[in-house]
Design a protein. Structure first.
Lengths: 243, 243
DNA sequence: GTCGAAGTGGAACTAGTATTCCGTTTGTGG
DNA sequence: CCACAAACGGAATACTAGTTCCACTTCGAC
């Protein structure tokens, strides 16, 4: 139903994020029975599709139906809707990470940086349904590595003189939040709208602009902001029935 | 609880939006009893405060409590939570309109335009809780006048050479959506964050930037986007219990 | 093949919320 | 002051959506 964007071929390294984690180490999971594993995948796929299309507010019953299983089965694998959402988000984050890694390989630091921004934009667009969760869920390994890569991308672009020096990584995070706002409003209607907006944003990052009137967020503030939104969001979904 | 922004005095003409509509024409309301009118105001004020602080997901029971009335009373005045939200949003829109009007009076078209952007930012910040509704609810008189004023503000800024010519009013709407994304994430944590982001955005609007790779939204697309978000939002709140 | 643990479906349970109902209270025109 | 329509409060209702339970299947090791 959602129109697919037409112009400006999307950056590479966005497809092919094989996420069939076989629980390599420590294995708290004693390997699932074949059919159970198959069902787990079906559920995850159905959830991803459902979230992308309808948002995380869609009922678990619907997801189970789309996956062709009963809710009981879904709950055996994901004891909570919240955990299911996190599993889907984890997949997207994995994709973000590989986009960041790919961008670091770019020969031009400037292009690598903007390519990364665009790649994240695409991922946000394609997973508009769980957008709010993307940058907010509990921190983890992948998120940390994304941050490291992001800082490095920014630093390289600044060193190359392509980005104004008074920007910090937290500004990039804010930029993603800003894109989110546009995408949430326009995803259904015009797949390209956010690209235009990103063009503007990228221009504003160039050096020799006017000084900024306000200081950037601190890393701590970003953490707090994420936590606050995460809490607010989690309260909306997955109502805790009892203590 | 929310910290109040410190620097950069907020534009004038944001306070003093007297909204005590006495139902001047057609009067479908046969004038409320004195106490009823008082309660209506208390409810509206409580709702505004509650929405601002906690978001529109807050329960009607809480609002009634804060207003010092029973839910029955609340429902007598606002037959639906949805209508209550709309009433609060209408107040904010009224404020947006007077900000636009004030900006039109500015002697410098360039400053008037950016002042308007900043004023809207402030209002979005102060009413972060019902932000999603601001630009999405059903169109109406006030919205139309806001749009007219906005178009005129943009046109004047462009005529004065302060804003690039390939921008259209729809880009301004997108800019507000973008600000919304930032504010929703940072309002609780850093009241100034969106101001920094807006600084960047404003810079990107200056002429002589690179050409944009994507066309702007059409007015029709903006309408559709608003409708889509409004529907999604309305489905979240005010569940229709029966037909 | 057999057997038991793991898996399955979906009805039933639970909690949270918007909304309604109704007996009681209160402002106000005559 | 009286009467009564309007307004009030809040318990009761209705409905949604997440989660649990359990009788029944099915995989896969021996």
């Amino acid at each position: 139903m959602r129109p697919t964007p037409s112009t400006v071929g999307r950056p590479t390294a966005l497809r092919g994020t094989g996420l069939g984690e076989p629980a390599d180490s420590a294995d708290p999971e004693p390997t699932l029975r074949r059919d159970a594993a198959r069902n787990r995948d079906k559920i995850l796929a159905a959830a991803r599709a459902a979230f992308d299309e309808e948002g995380v507010d869609i009922g678990v019953e619907v997801i189970a139906q789309r996956a062709g299983v009963g809710v009981g089965t879904l709950y055996r694998r994901f004891p909570t809707k919240e955990l299911l959402i996190e599993a889907v988000v984890a997949e997207v984050l994995e994709a973000v990470l590989s986009a960041a890694t790919a961008a670091l390989d770019h020969e031009s630091p400037a292009d690598g940086f903007t390519e990364y921004l665009r790649a994240v934009g695409w991922l946000q667009f394609e997973h508009a349904g769980c957008l709010t969760r993307l940058w907010n869920d509990s921190p983890g390994d992948v998120r940390d590595r994304i941050e490291v890569a992001g800082r490095s991308l920014l630093a390289r672009a600044q060193a190359a003189g392509a980005v104004r020096d008074d920007l910090v990584y937290e500004d990039v995070v804010v930029l993603f939040w800003s894109l989110r706002g546009v995408i949430e409003s326009t995803a259904m209607v015009s797949p390209g709208a956010w690209l235009r907006h990103l063009d503007l944003l990228v221009m504003s990052l160039a050096p020799n602009g006017d000084p900024l009137s306000h200081p950037p967020l601190t890393a701590q503030q970003v953490r707090e902001a994420k936590a606050a939104v995460a809490q607010r969001e989690a309260m909306r979904t997955g109502r805790p029935p009892g203590p």
